[in-house]
Design a protein around this ligand. Sequence first.
Ligand code: GLN
Length: 236
Amino acid sequence: MCRHLAWLGRPRTLAQLVLEPPSSLLVQSWAPRRQRYGKVNADGWGVGFFAPGRPQPARWRSARPLWGDPSFASVAPVLSSGCVVAAVRSATVGMPLEESAVAPFTDGRWLLSHNGRVDRAVLPAVRDAESTVDSALLAALVFDRGADALGDVVREVGAADPAARLNLLAADGTRLLATTWGDTLSALVTDEGTALASEPWDDDPAWTDLPDRSLVEVTPDGLTVTALAPTPSRGA
Ligand code: GLN
């Protein structure tokens, strides 16, 4: 299972968000604290971020472990952004090992990361998936339906594959959207901005654990959490 995070707020460097905290995504790539599926996240890493005056995100991904990328470590302290999505990957068995299979996926203004797994057979075919990995097919489905349908897509896919784990994290430069469905997600709300992360990157007591089966929205005004009710069964 992968680990992911997002930030919306005052600009921070990618190093501050991804590399420097004591339990950063970098550390989580070999020593995650809350990961239930998989032990290391060495199958790649990705960072997507928004820059002023440019509606589409910039994205940097690799199929190598984050700890083996000195070029990123060199540049990350001078890249800053107020809206970031980052992930480290532990590939699900049978999934392709390639850069295009690593989150975040992107379409237009949106970035999207998936922490989990889903049976690809239950996903309706949609155009333009970046890879055959389950997460890319799921991302393409969300992009096709529109990010505002994120909660509906998760409920529908979760009903079609009860074993699916569907923690999604999306951003468009102005807000974050996330779901919890089978794995952990924590939030840190500060005066400077809001972070969402699969697990806290430090021991700040202000981190809160978000309930499973929730839809989370972060805007500059704050964070809202809505329960994801089950899809009504047919005939109900
Ligand atoms: N299923 C996705 C993959 O194979 C995500 C895996 C994960 O969350 N560890 O990349």
